[in-house]
Design a protein around this ligand. Structure first.
Ligand SMILES: [Zn+2]
Ligand SMILES: [Zn+2]
Length: 187
């Protein structure tokens, strides 16, 4: 019988789910609730979960005929930068996760691609790839500090929020208005 390469997963790693106490009988259930530190680079360019920040896993593991269905929510805080005004964004996300992991050597294991259906390594599940996909799908590629953020003045780069309502670079300073009038008559 062909043997998979020895498991490279560490059962103690924060994002590895150990299913040893989940009976391989369809319908068997187990819940996993734990708080783990976020891995590096969990997010998109402008926003993501800071490395080491708390990630709340609230998951349900269910035995199905050829593997384990993992579903639930992963939540945590996100930090980023507003795509318009560059101000810091501090927010939180709750990301739904649902992924099927096939038992080693099951029909599903043999007949599907690894990017269609996840794989178990022995009794272990590596949640990280699915978590990454789910987080990236949830986070905005162009995050905003607020829906109607007016952004920056393109001339001076100051946030519109911090500028007076009549801020403009077209306007001539009233102290020089007379002078420019003078220049014009000379032309
Ligand atoms: Zn903004
Ligand atoms: Zn300006």
């Amino acid at each position: 019988m062909p043997k998979h390469s020895p498991s490279s997963l560490n059962p103690k790693a924060p994002l590895v789910l150990d299913t040893r106490d989940l009976p391989r009988r369809p319908g068997a259930l187990r819940t996993v609730k734990r708080v783990v530190p976020a891995p590096a680079d969990l997010g998109v360019e402008l926003i993501g979960v800071p490395e080491g920040a708390d990630l709340d896993l609230d998951l349900r593991l269910e035995s199905v005929s050829e593997g384990v269905l993992v579903s639930g929510t992963v939540s945590g805080s996100v930090r980023g930068e507003c795509g318009r005004c560059l101000r810091e964004i501090n927010d939180s996300v709750a990301v739904p996760v649902q992924e099927l992991y096939a038992y080693e050597n099951s029909t599903t294991d043999v007949t599907t691609d690894e990017d269609e259906v996840g794989r178990m390594q022995d009794d272990l599940i590596d949640l990280e790839p699915a978590l990454r996909d789910a987080v990236v799908l949830t986070l905005p590629t162009n995050p905003l500090c607020r829906e109607d953020c007016p952004g920056l003045c393109p001339e001076c780069g100051v946030q519109w929020d911090d500028l007076p309502a009549d801020h403009s670079h077209q306007q001539i300073d009233p102290r020089w208005a007379g002078l420019s009038q003078l220049n014009r008559t000379e032309e």
